[in-house]
Design a protein around this ligand. Structure first.
Ligand code: SF4
Length: 342
């Protein structure tokens, strides 16, 4: 019989740190594992120079062998197209630099503040809008908690803290719990939000210790996961999401609209339905942020509108994510209305 304690035990073995140590960091190893030719390896290695390959074994096990077009593989395999310069693709497409008010702290929108907890991730997504972000000296270490607190005191209208990165769940259980408890003890903070891809790419990260920390908080906890394709949502991922949901947290998902990966109604509809099966509501469908090296993932707006229209037709409203774009300097994310509704 499947019980919560069985699930929690399974999720903690082997330890996620051990799994991380065995993640693929070498393109040749990944291609060999997937039964793919290493003939053009030189080109792929060149594309990985600034932003190296990183893929967990768990994620790689969900990639179909011998299929260059696999939608999970395309998200993580460095590609020569990343080296082609495109004028409107830049290093900081969402204005992070401007919003970086103190080391490890970004303030973009009213009422909430974003903490860069770490620069580390368990996977390197080739379209990542922070792939060029200067993390060095810009993560909220223990020593910077005081400056976070001072910022909050100066801005009493801030009631929500967003833990981002990198990925906040790359912190050890001890460090994460210290940061989380610190925020929980600030009366001004009403909501704590985590933006994380770990439950999807490394489900073993959802340890009993982490669940205990989340469960113990009397704040509203919102966990925004990041999944782009239904094939990412394996049985283990579903279990990790169930455990998170049972802490009392609200689970939401954000997706990036990616050419050649999820740019068709069937895939996005399947993703929404699968997410709901995993207790997670589709929240945002992001138009690609134009970061250097990601132009080959970009789609024309009329195609995005067409796909979105189909999703709206076929799904109940609660399974339709908001179609948004992040524009630097705007007071909130920009919701994109369909032409006929504009
Ligand atoms: S997990 Fe998130 S922050 Fe890390 S590389 Fe992927 S998109 Fe970027």
């Amino acid at each position: 019989m499947i019980t919560m304690s069985n699930i929690e035990k399974t999720l903690s073995t082997p330890t996620w740190q051990t799994e991380l140590q065995t993640a693929f960091t070498n393109i040749s190893d990944l291609l060999t594992y997937l039964n793919l030719s290493t003939e053009a390896l030189g080109q792929y290695d060149k594309a990985a120079e600034g932003f190296p390959l990183l893929v967990t074994r768990s994620y790689a096990s969900r990639i179909q062998p011998a299929n260059w077009q696999d939608p999970l593989l395309r998200q993580v395999l460095p590609h020569p197209d990343e080296l082609v310069n495109q004028a409107d693709f830049i290093n900081d497409p969402v204005g992070d630099k401007e919003a970086n008010i103190a080391p490890g702290l970004l303030q973009k929108y009213q009422g909430r503040v974003l903490v860069i907890t770490t620069g580390a991730c368990a996977i390197h997504c080739r379209y990542c809008f922070r792939r060029e972000f200067q993390y060095s000296g810009n993560s909220a270490h223990q020593s910077q908690l005081e400056s976070i607190q001072q910022h909050l005191v100066k801005h009493p209208n801030i009631h929500e803290v967003i833990l981002s990165g990198g990925d906040p769940l790359m912190l050890s259980d001890t460090k994460f719990s210290a940061l989380f408890d610190f925020l929980t003890n600030l009366s001004q903070v009403k909501r704590i939000r985590l933006h994380t891809r770990l439950p999807v790419v490394l489900p073993s990260r959802i340890t009993p210790e982490l669940l205990t920390t989340l469960r113990a908080s009397h704040k509203k906890v919102i966990i925004v996961i990041h999944s782009n394709h239904p094939n990412e949502l394996s049985h283990d991922v579903a279990n990790s999401l169930l455990s998170l949901k049972n802490t009392g947290a609200t689970l939401l998902n954000q997706t990036v609209f990616l050419k050649g990966i999820n740019d068709d109604p069937k895939t996005l509809i399947e993703l929404s339905v699968r997410l709901f099966d995993c207790h997670t509501l589709p929240y945002y469908l992001h138009v690609l942020d134009k970061v250097t090296g990601s132009a080959h993932f970009d789609s024309k707006m009329h195609h995005i509108h067409h796909v979105y229209q189909q999703i709206q037709k076929e799904l109940p409203g609660y399974l339709v994510p908001k179609l948004v774009k992040e524009l630097p300097g705007e007071p909130n994310k920009t919701q994109l209305n369909l032409p006929s509704l504009a």
